[in-house]
Design a protein around this ligand. Structure first.
Ligand code: ZN
Ligand code: ZN
Length: 371
């Protein structure tokens, strides 16, 4: 291994040496002098570092290599916050992360033209609307539909809304967008471990899916209100809660010390089995006017408010609940959290105004890196 790459790797492994203070600015601590750090900035000529090595050689120094690795893995922490960056703003090659890219013509879509770039290192062509490349409509139209849908509008309402704005799109295409991007976003987001406490709550909400009565079993972090996991069940009393608890454990990367639920017997069995004896399981019996599990109530209310939307769902194994979870955790500001979203409270920050766009950009590149 090249000694420069080796040193970069060592620094990566030794922990928190990189922080990001703007979408296109990073600092990396010097390895020889811990008091010193260098700023790396994205410019038209790629990433530029202020260290002497880069200044003299003009090639990628170890600091730039570290930043590139951090971008690739999307593991940039600042003050313990996991940062989801606006990848398009960095203008790096989609395939090899090189900063040496050049403009190469335009591609026409229904909503306008898209800039095409060519990488001078790997020679591949790409556009920076990551995740939306082959779509006939642009990223704003698509992410706008996602946000409207999860705010409670039906796909026909959205179709009518866009018609008024002069955008022609059929409600079935809108439904396809919602399924596609909900799956893509949640596959990526479910891999990020939120910084949450040790108290978990669970409850079940009545929903109607494809004309049938179902129960959505859901779990939430007590502290940040982060919606951790859910499992759609056919019945309330016969359902086994093991899957919900397993997904919960995976989501937080640990076993909770407190588990708060209603009196449903399934939770008792599953808590013993999945969480074990060290978890203290507190059960509250629902008595009218005495809602001990009322922290769950807002989440339950959010889900119930969209009952009308779920009624139109075509099948049981729908990605809509996962999309709903992403919407709730990443875009809904919470009064009890001083106006923060649950994800912000759990130290996950999404850069940019259009959070769906930033998340989808990263989800699509994440898939690319996994391949
Ligand atoms: Zn450097
Ligand atoms: Zn390239």
């Amino acid at each position: 291994m090249n000694p420069r790459i080796q040193r970069a790797k060592q620094m990566m492994e030794s922990g928190n040496n990189v922080s990001q203070f703007a979408s296109d600015k990073f600092t990396v601590k010097s390895q020889t002098n811990p008091e010193k750090s260098y700023t790396i900035t994205k410019t038209d000529n790629g990433l530029v570092c202020e260290c002497p090595d880069h200044q003299t050689r003009k090639a990628d120094c170890k600091h730039i290599k570290i930043v590139l690795q951090v971008i690739m893995k999307n593991k940039c922490y600042q003050d313990n916050t996991f940062r989801i960056m606006e990848r398009a703003k960095l203008q790096l090659c989609k395939f090899c992360d090189s900063g040496r890219i050049t403009k190469k013509g335009m591609r026409k879509t229904k909503d306008g033209n898209i800039q095409i770039f060519k990488c001078l290192d790997c020679q591949k062509r790409f556009s920076t609307n990551f995740g939306f490349e082959k779509m006939r409509h642009d990223e704003s139209t698509i992410t706008g539909a996602l946000q409207m849908y999860y705010s409670g509008m039906s796909v026909r309402d959205i179709e009518n809304h866009y018609e008024m704005l002069g955008i022609t799109v059929d409600h079935s295409s809108i439904y396809d967008w919602i399924c596609k991007y909900s799956t893509m976003a949640s596959n990526y987001l479910n891999e990020i471990v939120p910084r949450v406490g040790n108290w978990v709550r669970a409850d079940e909400v009545w929903v109607k899916v494809a004309g049938e009565q179902k129960y959505l079993f859901a779990s939430m972090d007590d502290d940040t209100r982060y919606w951790l996991a859910s499992d759609l069940a056919d019945t309330k009393f016969q359902h086994n809660a093991d899957k919900l608890l397993e997904l919960t454990k995976k989501a937080i990367g640990k076993t909770p010390t407190q588990f708060i639920t209603d009196g449903l017997p399934a939770y008792k069995k599953s808590s013993r089995k999945v969480f074990g004896k060290k978890t203290n399981h507190t059960r509250f019996i629902h008595i009218q006017g005495n809602m001990n599990n009322n922290k769950m109530e807002r989440l339950n209310g959010e889900i119930r408010d969209r009952e009308k939307v779920f009624r139109g769902l075509k099948k049981k194994d729908t990605p809509i609940f996962e999309g709903m979870k992403a919407y709730y955790n990443f875009t809904k500001k919470h009064g009890a959290l001083d106006g923060k979203t649950p994800s912000e409270a759990a130290l996950i920050q999404v850069d940019g105004k259009n959070r769906w766009k930033t998340i989808i950009q990263n989800a699509s590149l994440y898939k690319l890196n996994q391949a």
